[in-house]
Design a protein around this ligand. Structure first.
Ligand code: COA
Ligand code: MG
Length: 280
């Protein structure tokens, strides 16, 4: 499954769900958590289940349930389980134990934990290796943890993360790759700033993230483009593969004045593989 862009849609907005089907998002995240007020939760559950049953084409359909321990999860699962979402997003996840707890109640449905939303969660970021068969990726957030610890910000004035959040982003990246699952970058909240988003998403892929969450339709094509290799990248990767093929038995080569060896070949194959991977 190719997961470049995952678009959030509030679970109580069927009009927006319908619209989101026609975008080029790889997945929609129908949200029952933070985008839905407490009063609207019952209606959102019903609307989300109805939409899951009716939408037969297009993107994968994921549901973000409320956190384990919120007292809301039982009702969320009861409403949407039969409608068979393609995955559950688990907010405020706290490592392998919370994944196992959800998997027991929702057998067979893959999980995408949001892995950095509580202080305790941070110390579990390495534990997802043990449940890699239950998760399809790992993602992170920079909004809930500051609120949980009384921090007043997670970003500098210019949009860069403060050091604690830069660290969480990095730990999520390596936690995902250690588990062998997709590394999904967090949202870019300034949804009108598409140039800023393009630069941010490009950096995410350069760092090793494989996809990113979105909150607005305009963000989807920008994210898809950032996580798709360019013509130049593909040509470069092909040239590296060809160079090794032309020199059988050689582990290191002079590639136009630059040394290339096994990691370069591995990366070139990965880039070519990305281009071949079909969308879901
Ligand atoms: N999914 C589908 N359609 C969306 C959408 C979304 N997430 N966000 C906006 N749209 C649609 C609007 O319905 C509107 O359609 P129209 O032109 O046919 O009326 C169009 O895109 C433009 O919307 P716009 O006016 O630019 O945005 P807004 O001010 O109405 O809404 C947000 C801004 C942030 C409230 C909205 O984008 C949103 O709800 N995003 C998801 C938030 C979320 O789920 N957060 C939880 C996780 S962080
Ligand atoms: Mg949140």
């Amino acid at each position: 499954m190719r997961l470049r862009s995952l678009l959030f849609v509030p679970g109580d907005r069927p009009d927006r769900m319908e619209k989101a089907l026609g975008l080029d998002a790889d997945a929609l995240i129908l949200d029952l958590e933070d985008a839905v007020s407490m009063e609207a939760k019952p209606a959102a559950r019903e609307m989300t289940a109805t939409f899951l049953r009716s939408a037969k084409r297009g993107p994968k359909l994921f549901v973000r349930i409320n956190p384990l321990g919120s007292g809301l999860t039982d009702d969320d699962l009861e409403a949407v389980l039969d409608a068979k979402p393609d995955a559950f997003i688990l907010p405020k996840a706290e490592g392998a134990a919370s994944v196992e707890a959800l998997a027991e109640r929702a057998p067979g449905i893959p999980i995408l934990p949001i892995a950095t939303e509580t202080p305790a969660a941070i110390f579990e970021l390495g534990s997802y290796r043990g449940v890699s068969h239950l998760i399809l990726g790992l993602t992170w957030g920079a909004e809930d943890l500051p609120a949980a610890i009384g921090a007043t910000r997670s970003r500098e004035e210019d949009g860069r993360y403060t050091p604690p959040y830069e660290m969480l982003r990095t730990l999520t990246l390596f936690g995902a790759h250690a588990a062998g699952v997709e590394a999904i970058e967090t949202i870019y909240p300034a949804f009108r700033d598409l140039d800023g988003l393009a630069a941010y998403a490009r950096r995410a892929r350069q760092d090793g993230f494989t996809g990113m969450m979105a909150i607005h339709p305009a963000q989807v094509p920008v994210i898809n483009a950032a996580f798709t290799p360019t013509v130049e990248e593909l040509a470069q990767a092909q040239a590296i593969v060809d160079a090794f093929a032309a020199n059988p038995g050689q582990g290191v080569l002079n590639f136009g004045g630059r040394m290339i060896d096994t990691p370069h070949l591995k990366q070139a194959r990965r880039v070519l593989g990305l281009a071949e991977k079909p969308s879901p």
